[in-house]
Design a protein around this ligand. Structure first.
Ligand code: PBG
Length: 331
């Protein structure tokens, strides 16, 4: 039976009197175990290079990658997501460089594996590698062709698994790619490589700074990803996407973007018992960081935004602020 909560027997403010009391009754908490740091690595770069629309985030050369991993470890971060910025001369309409076993990402994975236990998540999608900036292959009609793309994504996933990625993360939104990759992993002996599926990934305007960071925005031009990424207006379709990816063999599912899509995180978490991650994407980071840098928001707004992901049901959050927030949490 629900107690009747009548004033003044019930004063909800009693529980809020002090910080210690508030902590005792808190329903959710954020810890550095919940944070994943995305990292941009750039081919041929020595040192770091700042990214204008992502203040405080840099592209890293492989020469400074180990140092960054050590810093993340000491901040308490346990996983990273790698994103390559390859030489533009290596981009073509088929994204061929994604299948090169010695490409930038493979090198980075091997390098990190030699020095750290850090969990490595690696994206599966062709956009960092294609001259047109799309995640898949384009057919004669100019359409991003699902079934033509599947074997390439599967091959890309195998390259990443072979290099030593712990988790591969298809972010391309082709239908059937999780099954295709899972089957290939079973057949080739990568039975313990996880698949983190970007299951509910929306065709969002919040990815702008990321596309700038990996250099795919110029290639994509005015083209959109509307024919494969999800329509912003849909909720039930997200549940269908997630259900299919679980059935196809995903170990973890992801919702993306994050903050404007917390209703989707909650819907997925309520419906399925599978680890559910959310991606606080580049545009969300830029909004928050931009306003904080201007002094229009206090720095604590960032922490608040991440706690809200936990409240919605996210088990883990990919955020460009992971290191900085982890340092703050573990102070
Ligand atoms: C690649 C990919 C994108 C992001 C993650 N993987 C961009 C896109 O789909 O265009 C976006 C991440 C971000 O905005 O922070 N498919």
């Amino acid at each position: 039976m629900k107690p009747s909560r009548k004033f003044p027997l019930t004063r909800l403010r009693r529980n809020r009197q002090s910080a210690n009391l508030r902590d005792l009754v808190a329903e959710n908490a954020l810890s550095s175990d919940d944070l994943i740091q995305p990292i941009f690595i750039k081919e041929g770069l020595k040192g770091k290079e700042s990214i204008e629309p992502l203040p405080g985030v840099s592209r890293l050369g492989l020469d400074v990658l180990n140092e960054e991993i050590r810093e993340l470890e000491s901040a308490g971060i346990k996983a990273i997501a790698l994103f390559p910025v390859i030489d533009s001369s290596k981009k073509d309409d088929k994204g061929s460089e994604s299948l090169n076993e010695d490409n930038l990402v493979s090198q980075a994975i091997k390098q990190i594996k030699e020095m750290s236990e850090m969990v490595i998540i690696s994206d599966v999608a062709l956009d960092p590698y294609t001259s047109h900036g799309h995640d898949g292959l384009i057919n004669a009609d100019g359409y991003v062709d699902n079934d033509l793309t599947l074997p390439v994504l599967t091959e890309q996933a195998l390259v990443l698994a072979k290099a030593g990625a712990d988790i591969i993360a298809p972010s391309d939104m082709m239908d059937g790619r999780v099954k295709s990759i899972r089957d290939a992993f079973e057949a080739k002996g990568y039975v313990n490589t996880l698949i983190l599926s970007y299951a509910a990934k929306y065709s969002s305007k919040f990815y702008g700074p990321f596309r700038e960071a990996v250099g795919s925005s110029a290639n994509l031009g005015v083209g959109s990803k509307d024919t494969y990424q999800m329509d912003v207006s849909n909720v039930k379709e997200a549940l269908q996407e997630v259900a299919m990816d679980i059935e196809e063999g995903a170990d973890i599912v992801m919702v993306k973007p994050g903050m404007p899509y917390l209703d989707i995180v909650k819907a997925v978490k309520d419906e399925f018992s599978i680890p559910t991650f959310a991606y606080q994407v580049s545009g969300e980071y830029a909004m928050l960081k931009g306003a904080i840098e201007k002094g229009w928001l206090s720095e604590e707004a960032f922490m608040e935004s991440l706690l809200c992901f936990k409240r919605a049901g996210a088990d883990c959050i990919l955020t460009y602020a992971a290191k900085e927030i982890a340092l703050e949490l573990n102070k």
